[in-house]
Ligand binder design. Sequence first.
Ligand code: HMG
Ligand code: MG
Length: 328
Amino acid sequence: RPDNYVRLVEVGPRDGLQNEKKSIPFETKIELIERLAKTGVSYIEAGSFVSPKWVPQMDNSGKIMEHILTKKIASPTPITYSFLAPNAKGVENASALLQQHQDSFLTQTQAQVGLDTTGKPSIELAVFAAATESFSKKNLNCDIATSLERFKPVIQGAKELGVRARAYISVVLGCPFEGYDVDPHKVAEIAASLLEMGADEISLGDTTGMGTAPRTQELLRCMNAAGIRNEDIAMHFHDTYGQALVNTAVSLERGIRIFDSSVGGLGGCPYSPGATGNVATENMVYFLETLGMDSGIDLDAMADIGQWITAEIGKPNDSAVGKAVLGA
Ligand code: HMG
Ligand code: MG
């Protein structure tokens, strides 16, 4: 990868769709994933092994994983497909499928040494912690310490399966229940525990979009001060207050090179009332291009997908760049 490469993790099929009330057909989800795979993106978050009682939209994630493992999805670059799995039940469901199709994906070691000439996908499982006790209780039904205990076997399970483990921390820059009162040192402490357990990467979630440039800077300063390396950090900005690109600029300046985004700006979190979507992937691709940085993603193709999927689910296209590029 070139020096100016920035990795974008496309979270549209999971974070983007999880909150939609109307059930989205399996075929539409697969079409979304297959179209995204052609744009040059290297990470796609494709589903979530969580309770269907709480997040019914993600109920067919097993079927989606099976499709990814058994049908060769065409893509110009190797792709890692990520799935949330926050507890033992989630990882059991994921691992049953992964074991059944164990020759259909690259292990982390195979992918690292560049054996990805077979066109096989890589898989990643992701846990999600919270930076505040109240959000942890709402989103995970337990306190932070208990959630960390529950993640240990999940991360361990991912390692045994030979797949990557990602760990989110939500509400790092503002909480729907505790406001701006989120301690960046606490975030760094949780991140350090998750890395210690074997997480390959920490994604810092600005779930509410309340993050500002100075607070983003301070958070990243605290992470580095706690000994956490920039290469182990991804930023996950929701754009509710329109600050996502500013916060991205600050993060880039501090050396972060991994960002989560969602095509068409799709999304929201069921446990964060009023939160809107992730920063739009089209906006990120364009912004990075203006800085001379390279995400490897075809902007026009991404803009087409944003226009298509938002129409498909009956939402306005939330990407200013996408609309401008299409003249829409
Ligand atoms: P629990 O402790 O078992 O408690 O699960 P529960 O009362 O919530 O469980 C309800 C039912 O779900 C039980 O079934 C469980 O067995 C079952 P019942 O006995 O009533 O028939 N269940 C499951 N079913 C399938 N797969 C599972 C699973 N786990 C339990 N994995 C838990 C606690 C948190 C796992 C559960 O409440 C849950 O899945 N909640 C949904 C949480 C969620 O998906 N949140 C959104 C994703 S996080 C996010 O969006 C933030 C992020 O984008 C970053 C950011 O922006 O900040 C990542
Ligand atoms: Mg999110």
